[in-house]
Design a protein around this ligand. Structure first.
Ligand code: PFF
Length: 465
């Protein structure tokens, strides 16, 4: 085993962490939550939470990783608290179980990208009935599995090349491309007739649709965790590759800014087209179209694209290109967190670790890939496998986040985290704020999410990435 891999500098780290953070959560979940919870109200709550709680949690995870120079599995023990190794195990279970089904959804995105690419060049829509298209695809005997394997292969191809040669280089191309295309698409959408009304719908606070501010806060908090890839081990692992001379707080601010920018931008891409579609006489209202939840990306948006006429397939192609890039970079970060954990724990080579993790991912992913088709009778607690894994992870993630706060705030001591932040030689001006947040505010707020998520599951079940 040689020296630990590292990023080539601050920019590479910020790019990698932002690439992990920017994913399906930004492109699809944020716009639909904003539309559901009163537009500007949700945006304001989300911004305040991510700049405070999100920033604090991000600093904590990155600092733990850099301090320990280990991935999440072994970091807590290495810092002198072997009893807390259980937290490393929990934090590793999250990516271990999310990766397989994230790759299945990545496969769906890949299938849609391919369908729109073919359709755009042929000058026709990929299907006249998007709902039937989606149903036929996920229910097909082999197609979802094959698509998952294709997506997984792309992720593995990057991971196997290593931190600098693989992940860093892939991000250098994918992230700027994603940003450029997303900005261009939002500008195009703003020029569509009727877009102004959509932009108003998105930005102007609508207090009538958020009667319960607690619900808005919980929704925003859950979204923030997912969106910033927190409590998934990723930021600890990525932090462990960070150079000592680079600044943790500066990096955290930039990551929060990049992630939030893309989330807000996605609303500009999606909401106006949905509003134009809904006001052009669609049977559903805006709220119903947006509220399609998981179906929004794969059924409703293709229906909206259909209504754009000849521009539709091109719009779809550009949109699914962004989604594919975002899903790939997030998938890469998740696989890296597991590969690093296996390398650190078993002291084995990267190649061997990648092989083992790939086999795991394909084998467990098969349950979700076949779960709506040939194995549709398979149920875990009454849910299809993908829904079950997603629901369990929605509960485990905030538990891990709360425990990380307890560890940093009460066991390791906030002083050690703040000292790590000062290694780059800068003065840290948020000491008191950090201590209060990590010791009291963050754990209490996070426990509220766990309780609400458990209540929701007991009543409803269902998946909600
Ligand atoms: N943060 C990503 C998003 O907003 O879509 C999602 C994600 C990335 C989830 C990495 C899990 C993960 F390990």
């Amino acid at each position: 085993m040689g020296a630990r891999a590292s990023w080539s500098g601050q920019l590479a780290f910020v790019l990698a962490a932002s690439a992990s953070a920017i994913g399906l959560g930004n492109l699809w979940r944020f716009p639909y939550l904003a539309a559901r919870y009163g537009g500007g109200v949700f945006i304001a709550v989300y911004l305040s939470l991510s700049l405070t709680l999100g920033f604090v949690l991000l600093v904590t995870e990155i600092a733990i990783g850099r301090y320990a120079r280990q991935s999440q599995l072994t970091a807590f023990g290495v810092l002198g608290h072997p009893k807390w190794n259980f937290l490393g195990v929990l934090a590793t279970l999250v990516p271990l179980f999310i990766l397989p089904y994230y790759n299945v959804i990545g496969g769906w995105v890949f299938r849609y990208f391919a369908a729109y690419a073919g359709a755009a060049f042929a000058g026709i829509a990929p299907t006249a009935d998007p709902k039937a298209f989606f149903g036929a695809f996920v229910g097909a005997p082999w197609a979802p599995f094959a698509a998952m394997c294709a997506f997984t292969a792309a992720v593995v191809a990057v991971i196997v090349l290593g931190v600098k040669n693989g992940i860093e280089r892939a991000n250098l191309v994918l992230v700027p491309a994603l940003l450029a295309i997303a900005v261009a698409l939002s500008v195009y959408v703003a020029t569509l007739p009727g877009a102004g009304e959509g932009i108003r719908y998105y930005l102007v606070p609508d207090f009538s649709s958020c009667d319960n501010i607690g619900k808005v806060m919980l929704g925003a908090m859950g979204q923030m965790f997912y969106s910033l890839s927190l409590a998934m081990g990723i930021m600890i692992t990525y932090g462990s590759y960070m150079l000592r001379r680079d600044s943790v707080p500066k990096a955290a601010v930039r990551i929060v800014a990049a992630d939030t920018f893309v989330a807000i931008l996605s609303g500009f891409m999606i909401i106006p087209v949905v509003v134009v579609f809904a006001s052009a006489g669609a049977s559903e209202g805006v709220r119903a179209v947006i509220d399609a939840g998981p179906g929004l990306m794969f059924e409703t948006l293709p229906k909206v694209f259909l209504s754009l006429g000849t521009a539709g397939p091109w719009f779809g192609l550009v949109f699914f290109t962004i989604v594919l890039f975002a899903a790939l970079t997030s998938g890469i970060s998740m696989m890296e967190a597991i590969v690093a954990a296996v390398c650190d724990f078993f002291k084995t080579s990267r190649a061997r670790s990648v092989a083992v993790v790939s086999v795991w991912s394909v084998a467990v992913g098969a349950l979700s890939a076949f779960g709506y088709g040939r194995w549709s009778s398979l149920r875990f607690f009454g849910l299809p496998p993908l829904d079950f894994f997603d629901t369990s992870m929605n509960i485990l993630t905030p538990i891990v986040a709360a425990l990380i706060c307890v560890f940093a705030g009460w066991i390791l001591s906030p002083k050690r985290i703040l000292a790590e932040c000062q290694r780059s030689g800068e003065r840290v001006g948020f000491r008191l704020f950090y201590v209060v947040m990590v010791r009291f505010v963050a754990p209490l707020l996070i426990i509220a999410i766990v309780v609400s998520e458990v209540c929701r599951c007991l009543k409803l079940g269902g998946w909600s990435i």
